[in-house]
Design a protein around this ligand. Structure first.
Ligand SMILES: Nc1nc2c(ncn2[C@@H]2O[C@H](COP(=O)(O)OP(=O)(O)OP(=O)(O)O)[C@@H](O)[C@H]2O)c(=O)[nH]1
Ligand SMILES: [Mg+2]
Length: 161
């Protein structure tokens, strides 16, 4: 794109905020996606605390444009499941909530890459549909393929040795 600095490798910069109750696996989801790392004994993150009624809080503080995805983590702990996939999907899909739903395991890598890719893709689609891209992209009949660069160029693929 014209005017872009040679040193800037990005066309877009999207911010993803991971919120939820303590110990649900937010830090490990991020570290699994970004560095393919998992920590069985991770320390609690000291920072933003949005655990209580987080969805209502989130909706009241952000614009309607924000993409929200409901992630059910720790699917590897099958025997401890408390909410069925169907129940969660139904909750996510209600008109008021209007969220994509996905289940993941940061431990065994299930759907981690897919969750972030889907989220990024939804943001990208929304941004481009809102006309926030240059007209040369909008004028093409098909949008260019979306390439998601890993945070770390040395990142291994999920669960590879
Ligand atoms: N079995 C299993 N354990 C997980 C998974 N994800 C995280 N854990 C474990 O759950 C615990 C908490 O994980 P964290 O990623 O620190 O949780 P968090 O949501 O960041 O917690 P806070 O920082 O306190 O809000 C750690 O012992 C992790 O090893 C998962 O997918 N499966
Ligand atoms: Mg954390």
């Amino acid at each position: 794109m014209s005017g872009r600095e040679d040193t800037d490798p990005f066309d877009y910069l999207f911010k993803i905020v991971v919120i939820g109750d303590s110990t649900v696996g937010k830090t490990n989801l991020l570290s699994r996606y970004a560095w393919n790392e998992f920590n069985l004994d991770s320390r609690s993150t000291i920072g933003v605390e949005l655990a209580t009624k987080w969805l209502r809080e989130l909706r009241s503080h952000v614009s309607d444009d924000v993409i929200v995805m409901l992630v059910g983590n720790k699917t590897d702990l099958r025997h401890l499941r408390e909410v069925s996939s169907e129940e969660a999907a139904e909750y996510a899909g209600t008109y008021d909530n209007n969220m994509t739903f996905i289940e993941t395991s940061a431990l065994d890598c299930s759907n981690v890459e897919q969750a972030f890719r889907q989220c990024i893709h939804e943001i990208y689609t929304k941004v481009t549909n809102n006309g926030a891209v240059s007209s040369d992209i909008l004028q093409s009949s098909t949008l260019p393929a979306l390439t998601v660069q890993p945070t770390d160029s040395n990142k291994k693929s999920c669960c590879s040795s």
